[in-house]
Design a protein around this ligand. Structure first.
Ligand code: C2E
Ligand code: MG
Ligand code: MG
Ligand code: MG
Length: 283
C-alpha cells in the first residue's frame, strides 16, 4: 500500500499513523469514564460589542483534562464523541455547566450579565430529546431563555432530507437565541436562511487574516467580511466576527459595521472567574 513515490505518509505500517490510531482508540475508549470522573471542564470566552466594548455574551468551550495526555482541545475529541455518540451526554453536561454559570452571572450582575453561548454538535441537533433536555436544564438552573444562545454550523442546521431542523423553531419560540457558527465556511442555503429562526451569524475566523490596517489588508478577505456583515443586516440578524486577534482587525470590523467580536485581542478562553473579573471591571 505504500506509495511508490516515497512521499507517502499513510502507508499501513507507518509508525506515526499507528501512534495516532492508538491515541484515537485510547481516547474513545476512555471518554465515557472521563465524563463520570469529571475530567471535562468548560472555559468561557467573551463576546464583545464593538461599539462600546461591553461583554454581551460568553461562549462555552469544552476541554478535557486527560490523565495521560494532559489538557486536550476539543478538536482532539469532539469528532470522536460524535462518532461514538458520547457527544449527546457530553453536550448535555456542557449545556448544564454553562447554564449554571450563566445563572450565577445573572444573580451577581443583573442586567449587565452576559448570555451564554453553547455549541451544538450535528448529532445533538438531531437528537429527538434535544428540546426537552434544553427546557429541563433551563428550568432546573432557573435561567431565562434569552440568556442562552445555541451555536450550530450550517450542516447541523440542515437536518436530514435537506430540510432545516424542526427543533430550531421550538427552541427559538422558547426565547433561546440561535447562531450559525463558522458562517462562510460551509454550504449555505441562502434561500432557507431567510426563513430560519436564526438570530446571529458568526463569521469564521479564517476570514480575519486579511483584515489589517487599511493600506495593507487583503481586499478579498475584507470584501467577504463586509459582504457577510451586510447580508446579516439585510436579514435583520446580528453578526459576530470570530478570531479577532489584533486591534487593527477590531477597528476594521467596527468600521465595516460588524456588531460583535470574539478573539484573543479581547480575551482568551478562561475559567468562569476570569469572566467575573472582566464584568467587575478589575482587569
Ligand atoms: P468554535 O465554536 O468556532 O469556537 C471558536 C474557536 O476559536 C475556539 O477553539 C476558540 O478557542 C478559538 N479562538 C478564539 N479566539 C481566537 C483567536 O483570536 N484566534 C484563533 N486562532 N482562535 C481563536 P476551541 O476552544 O479549540 O474549540 C474548537 C471547536 O470545538 C469550536 O469551534 C467548536 O466547534 C468545538 N467545540 C468547543 N466546545 C464544544 C462543545 O461544548 N460542544 C461541541 N459540540 N463543540 C464544541
Ligand atoms: Mg483551543
Ligand atoms: Mg462556536
Ligand atoms: Mg466558530
Amino acid at each position: 500500500w505504500a506509495k511508490a513515490d516515497g512521499k507517502s505518509r499513510w502507508a499501513l505500517y507507518d509508525p506515526e499513523r499507528n501512534a495516532r490510531e492508538v491515541a484515537r482508540f485510547t481516547l474513545s475508549a476512555t471518554m465515557p469514564r472521563a465524563l463520570e470522573r469529571d475530567e471535562f471542564y468548560v472555559e468561557y470566552q467573551p463576546l464583545v460589542r464593538l461599539e462600546d466594548s461591553t461583554v454581551v455574551g460568553v461562549e462555552a468551550l469544552v476541554r478535557w483534562q486527560h490523565p495521560e495526555f494532559g489538557r486536550l482541545a476539543p478538536d482532539r475529541f469532539i469528532e470522536l464523541a460524535e462518532e461514538t455518540g458520547l457527544i449527546v451526554p457530553l453536550g448535555r453536561w456542557v449545556l448544564r455547566k454553562a447554564c449554571e454559570e450563566a445563572r450565577r452571572w445573572l444573580v451577581e450582575f443583573g442586567d449587565a450579565a452576559p448570555f451564554v453561548s453553547v455549541n451544538l454538535a450535528v448529532r445533538q441537533s438531531r437528537d429527538p430529546e434535544l428540546v426537552r433536555d434544553v427546557k429541563r436544564i433551563l428550568d432546573e438552573c432557573a435561567l431565562p431563555p434569552h440568556h442562552l444562545q445555541l451555536e450550530l454550523t450550517e450542516s447541523a442546521i440542515m437536518g436530514t432530507a435537506d430540510e432545516p431542523l424542526e427543533s430550531l423553531r421550538a427552541l427559538s419560540d422558547m426565547g433561546i437565541k440561535i447562531a450559525i457558527d463558522d458562517f462562510g465556511t460551509g454550504y449555505s442555503n441562502l434561500a432557507y436562511l431567510k426563513h430560519l429562526p436564526v438570530h446571529e451569524l458568526k463569521i469564521a475566523g479564517s476570514f480575519m487574516e486579511g483584515l489589517r490596517a487599511a493600506d495593507e489588508e487583503d481586499p478579498v478577505d475584507s470584501q467577504i467580511v463586509a459582504t457577510l456583515v451586510q447580508l446579516a443586516h439585510a436579514l435583520r440578524l446580528g453578526v459576530t466576527a470570530e478570531g479577532v486577534e489584533t486591534p487593527a482587525q477590531a477597528k476594521r470590523l467596527h468600521r465595516i459595521g460588524c456588531d460583535t467580536g470574539q478573539g484573543w485581542f479581547f480575551a482568551r478562553p478562561g475559567p468562569p472567574d476570569a469572566i467575573d473579573s472582566l464584568l467587575r471591571g478589575d482587569l
